[in-house]
Design a protein around this ligand. Sequence first.
Ligand SMILES: Cc1cc2nc3c(=O)[nH]c(=O)nc-3n(C[C@H](O)[C@H](O)[C@H](O)COP(=O)(O)OP(=O)(O)OC[C@H]3O[C@@H](n4cnc5c(N)ncnc54)[C@H](O)[C@@H]3O)c2cc1C
Length: 524
Amino acid sequence: MVVNETAAVLEKLSAAIGLEYVLTDESDREFYAMDVYNFRHLPVAVVQPGTVQEIQEIARIATESNLALVPRGGGASYTDAYLPNREDSLLIDTGRLKHIVEINAEDMYVTVEPGVTWAELTDALAEQGLRTPFWGPFSGLKATVGGSTSQNSVSLGSGTYGISADSILSFQIVLANGEILRTGSDAIANGQPFFRWYGPDMTGLFTGDAGALGIKAAITLRLIRRPTRTMACSFGFETFDTMAAGMIAAAREGVASNNFGLDPKLQQGQLGSTSTTDAFNAAWAVYKTARNPFDGAVQLGKMAAAGKRFLTGFDFSAHFGVEGCSRAEVAAKLAVVRKAVSEHGIEIANTIPTVLMAMPFIPLYPILGPRGERWVPMHGILSFSRVPKFHAELRDLYKTFADRMRECKVEKAGMFTTISTNGFLYEPVFYWEDDRTVFHKRYLPQDYLDSLPEYMPNPAGRELVSEMKQKIQEIFSSVGAVHLQVGKSYPYMEHRHPEASRILKNVKHSLDPDGLMNPGGLGL
Ligand SMILES: Cc1cc2nc3c(=O)[nH]c(=O)nc-3n(C[C@H](O)[C@H](O)[C@H](O)COP(=O)(O)OP(=O)(O)OC[C@H]3O[C@@H](n4cnc5c(N)ncnc54)[C@H](O)[C@@H]3O)c2cc1C
């Protein structure tokens, strides 16, 4: 785009949404256009609409000027998802779209603007004794409802309620031409966004679309009564295989709302390095969320007794949380989990899930490793029967890379979770010594950064991580794994049956004929 044209577009955008919300400073454009792992192109500007009408106006101006539109929520994904694929792009930061439009306790739905975070939504609903079934990724202090539903997310509530998409009823989508498309029961005359299903699932089309089909301007989620009771248990295992068997046995029962498994590195590294302040905050959160002072004191007593010994003796551990409305209900659910898992592992102190359930949304500290290393995870969701094969092949792969990993100062870890009664999410994580980026410097508090070692640039380490991610992807693809957070990294279109590819391309063309909506997202 030539200089005069750019100036004219920026002028139109400033007139539409206000000069202070059109960021053209190079450092802002660089920061907003990078994720924790990668950077591609600088956009022409970062625009920060404050209303749905302003999103529509931005879409019209961009389409007229042939500029790509790339939405960005909390910026907490790491698959190039909101990284512009070309320079002629506008990056749309949804950080000002924070309005909770309607909490309808009678009809049991909530409608929010896309920039509302999961923590903000959960707090607002808690005041009325309500919650969404899936209620956020662990990154929910930053991650937004718009971002998570555009790439599919797991974690809080996923054991019983599935992924983010399973809790969505309807969307309002701003299309490339500025029009608004409504889905679900909101798409008919006199409609209300209370139900998802009326013929083919148009809501589902936009869940996990990476923003490549349109921009979510409003999202409606189903409500449930907020569970008033929770309980947790933890198990230690000698091997990955016994841990996976225990987690799968629990998943099949379908009663644990939250669960995750940890490998030795994650147990001893990331969690073992918890600072005194964090330990105090965790203990305080556990106490605050206890049902009464006596219960709180008992929980704290148990945590103090377990101390950092809570994991000793086992390489792998798995943690489960159950929820319900009465003590009898949660006790019965916990008994089911214990029975299923105890055939495979030994019960240990439940410090980790107790803290997690008290502080479900974590600050983004893990974007650097426990010794200040760079960090990037990847993942695949497997059917239960294919988990052992994937794990064995991954272990062999790590063996072949062991010497180079040592030379290049790269380490690996693993985290695991089950989804509903039918999915096992396997998450390999990499750490390597390397210099920090603007992303780390803007997202982490200075005193935290000051407490960690810093490293020289390590291009060889970075290159090795990229090569290993590629090899792991090949193993995932060979066992038919699927992925959340597809962004521009996972090979969504590559191994697709031709009929499915054709239909998707036609849908994209019909919604976005000039290919301006997050080009490259989903591989489209
Ligand atoms: C410490 C940490 C913990 C994490 N824990 C979890 C976890 O427990 N579970 C999990 O699933 N993930 C987790 N993640 C990954 C990530 O935070 C989540 O996937 C989260 O959903 C990203 O939300 P976001 O708002 O940051 O989206 P972004 O990263 O900003 O965007 C994601 C995608 O959505 C698109 N998008 C954003 N807003 C819109 C919109 N309004 N309309 C259309 N498209 C849009 C973007 O273009 C992009 O393609 C974690 C990340 C970190 C750093």
